[in-house]
Design a protein around this ligand. Structure first.
Ligand code: 5GP
Ligand code: ZN
Length: 104
């Protein structure tokens, strides 16, 4: 059985999609902790930052460039980018995702 974010990526589970390209999907967090709370998710199933390989360098860079683009489009005055890593680091879903949080 595939993970929750893989199901969202495969459109087997609904989500509010903000952006999508071949390699990345951006969705609204179901339980927002800020006015704007987005999850920037690579379509490749990588468990966490701890499992990122050198070959994922460009993909991980894309997550930041997409965050920058969305922040610009949404005219965000400032924002936070966050990776929770591992259970003890607050990670609940074992599929890499970058949180984008902003209060406008
Ligand atoms: P983590 O704690 O793993 O870094 O973050 C997981 C995030 O996914 C949480 O902020 C949580 O609210 C969000 N989330 C959990 N289930 C769903 C879901 O089914 N849909 C969406 N859009 N977000 C979810
Ligand atoms: Zn997955």
């Amino acid at each position: 059985m595939s993970c929750l974010f893989c199901q969202i990526i495969n459109k087997e589970k609904p989500s509010e999609i903000v952006f999508e390209n071949e390699k990345v999907i951006v969705i609204k967090d179901i339980n927002p902790k800020a006015l704007v709370h987005l999850l920037i998710i690579p379509k490749k199933h990588i468990v966490s930052v701890n499992e990122v390989e050198p070959e994922d360098r460009e993909l991980v860079g894309d997550l930041i460039l997409i965050a920058q683009k969305i922040a610009e489009e949404k005219n965000l005055a400032g924002y936070k980018l966050l990776f929770n890593v591992g259970r003890k680091g607050g990670q609940i879903i074992d599929h890499l995702h970058l949180h984008l949080l902003a209060n406008k």
